[in-house]
Design a binder for this molecule. Sequence first.
Ligand code: SF4
Length: 231
Amino acid sequence: MAGRNKELANRKAPARRRLPAAEAARIEAIFARLAEANPEPKSELRYTNPFTLLVAVVLSAQATDAGVNKATPELFAIADTPEKMAALGEDRVREAIKTIGLFRNKAKNVIALSQLLIERHGGQVPQDRDALTALPGVGRKTANVVLNVAFHQPTIAVDTHIFRVSNRLPIAKGATPEAVEKGLEAVVPEKYLLHAHHWLILHGRYVCKARKPECARCILYDLCKFKEKTA
Ligand code: SF4
């Protein structure tokens, strides 16, 4: 617990940006509506503990959550800790996840990260972005998902959906995921930061789709400034 408190204390609060009142009100309204429609958004990935969440997120790179969820229940039933995963070995992990894209490389990473968790972190998933991104196959986005979903830290993991939605509405414009992440952290009202990541992903996945956004049924229609919005 002392370690966790130290990690939380070391975490820098994101820089906030002061917005014109009308813009702040528009962004507040966007999140108020998303919150009202889905007060407790959840990850669509299946997991049983922080370790299986970490593995599921690693497996979901360039794959769908649904595809990952088909393969993981059997794997997690026999290996839900780094020790059990490392003992299972790369060949059996590869076999278990062979329906997921890039499975060879991902199996290698899952074994290597399990071994590192045992060696460096006593078999626990660290609650710290730098420690997480030092693990094989774990980038900033994966680390942010784990910190948010498993440890309830107000991180925003910018994936393709969040990137698109955030630039379209816009909430925070940026040319890179990291620029959008920083922009969102600066303008999303603090009370919405914890769930902002899920709301924006789900909005992008099911409504504000890449090729054909479903503007006619979008609850944010009147708050959206996207020039090409339809309907
Ligand atoms: S109105 Fe259309 S473009 Fe704007 S957020 Fe909604 S779905 Fe996306």
